[in-house]
Structures are given as C-alpha cells and as structure tokens.
Design a protein around this ligand. Sequence first.
Ligand SMILES: C[S@@+](CC[C@H](N)C(=O)[O-])C[C@H]1O[C@@H](n2cnc3c(N)ncnc32)[C@H](O)[C@@H]1O
Length: 275
Amino acid sequence: MNELPNISDATLVLGDWITLGSSSVTAEQKESIMRVAKMMMPWRKGPFDLFGVKIDSEWQSFKKYDLLRPYMDLEGKVVADVGCNNGYYMFRMLEFSPKSILGIDPSPLFRSQFDLINRYAGVQNLRYEMLGIEHMAGFGEMFDTLFCLGVLYHRSDPIAALKSLKQSLKKGGELFLDTFMIEGEEPVCLVPESTYSKIGNIHFIPTITALRHWFKRAGFESFEVLEIVRTEPDEQRKTEWIPGQSLEDFLDPGNPELTIEGYPAPKRVYVRAHR
Ligand SMILES: C[S@@+](CC[C@H](N)C(=O)[O-])C[C@H]1O[C@@H](n2cnc3c(N)ncnc32)[C@H](O)[C@@H]1O
C-alpha cells in the first residue's frame, strides 16, 4: 500500500464497473497501481477500473447487485454487509445515500482490496471491520438493513449464524440473504461429503422449506423468497485476476445440471426477512 501514488483529483463513478478516474494520472502511476493490485490477487468480486487499470474479477458482481437493487430502500439507513469481500456492493449501494455502511469480513486480503479502492474513492461513511458473522450479535440492535450474501452455506451452525444476524438488527429491521439451495418440498438439506462444486467449506444446502424453518427457529418475524437463480458461466468465470479454475471446471463436463461431485448444479435463493 505504501507504494501507491497520491492522486489528488480522483473521482468515483458507480456503474457495473466501479470506476475511479483522474485527469492527471501518469503511466508510471498506473503501473504502480497495477503492481499493487496484482499482489492482492485473487480478485473474486468486482469489476473495478482504477484509472484505466481494469480489474476484471472472477465474478460479474453487478448481476447479483442488479437482482437485489429493485428491493433496496437504503436512504438514511444504517446498513451492514456481512461477508462483504472487497466491498463491491458497499460502493454500489452509495447510490441510495445510506447513513453508513459497515462491511464485515475476516479476510485481510479482501480488506486490503477495499482499502486500495477507498484510498482513492475516499468515501467517509464506509467502514470495514475484519470480524465475522459470529460477532454480529455484539452490535446489538444497530442496523436497519443487513446484507448477508453467499456466507450461510459456509457456516457449520446456520441457525446460530442467523440468530447472530437477527440480534444486530433493529426491531423491524430487514435482512437480505442468499444461499445455495436444492429443489424439493421437504425440510431437508444436502450435506456434501467433502467438496461441493470444488468448494471445500460448504456444510448445508437446504430446500427452501428447510431454510424457512431455520429463519423461524432463529426468531425472524417474516420470510419472503425474492428470487431463485442458477449460477451461469457468464457470471463466474476465469479471468487473469484469479489463479486456478472457475465455474466451468466445477461442473460435470458431460452434464451441466450436476457439479463435478455429482450434486445438483449451484442454484441460489434470495430471501428477505424481518426481525
Ligand atoms: C462466497 S463469498 C461471498 C461474497 C459476497 N458477499 C457475495 O455474495 O458476492 C464469501 C465471503 O464470506 C467471507 N467470510 C468468511 N468467513 C466469514 C465469517 N465468519 N463471517 C463473515 N464472512 C465470512 C469470505 O471472506 C468471503 O468474502
């Protein structure tokens, strides 16, 4: 981070690509930003354009953002994004003029990506804490709106995780959450033997009925399914900003309905719940 140049006239433009612009940036400064950004690989979420350095992340995160955007009502709200990664959605949500957005993610690498962007964006009401979903209860009725996207399946005790989220919400506050799901009416879960879609730490993949029961047990007042979406290879794909493989390598080459392990291919459910 100390290598990064000072750019005094940086401007932030929020679109599918989160873009920082400047009329004064030099080729040498761009090279230095490129070098630092490469040291921070993998870039999972994005994309970002830093003064012409185009960070084409593994995920086209605007697809998830666009899906939730019509449901967002964030003006003046105290918001947290739990599992925020590098803060892509936090920057995007600034369009609604929230009072503040706190990003929660224990990863020092993703925090450094956030710090790189916000060093130039300079947004004062964004803050990042290297904590986890398990610490949310400690915020005691602080938030109007919570986002917890793509985290629940990483928790070995999903009901405890939901309780922790609930305790950080004001009464009547809302939570947006997405998680992998399986089809079926029964309140049951898929428990992968080891990996799911080559991801190592996936514990439970519920039916929507099972998910509803988790929310009920955690004490939420309402539970509403917003969207059900399959992850397609145009949303998650290999780019030069990640080492190794991406979605197309995680599916059965003979049958894209299945993961490489023979489980149903990744499908996500987006829900909204109120405390
Ligand atoms: C699959 S990514 C989802 C990122 C983003 N929320 C999204 O939906 O695009 C999971 C994120 O959860 C973060 N994470 C890992 N352990 C966590 C924990 N205990 N609490 C909160 N986030 C965690 C990871 O660092 C990673 O950024």
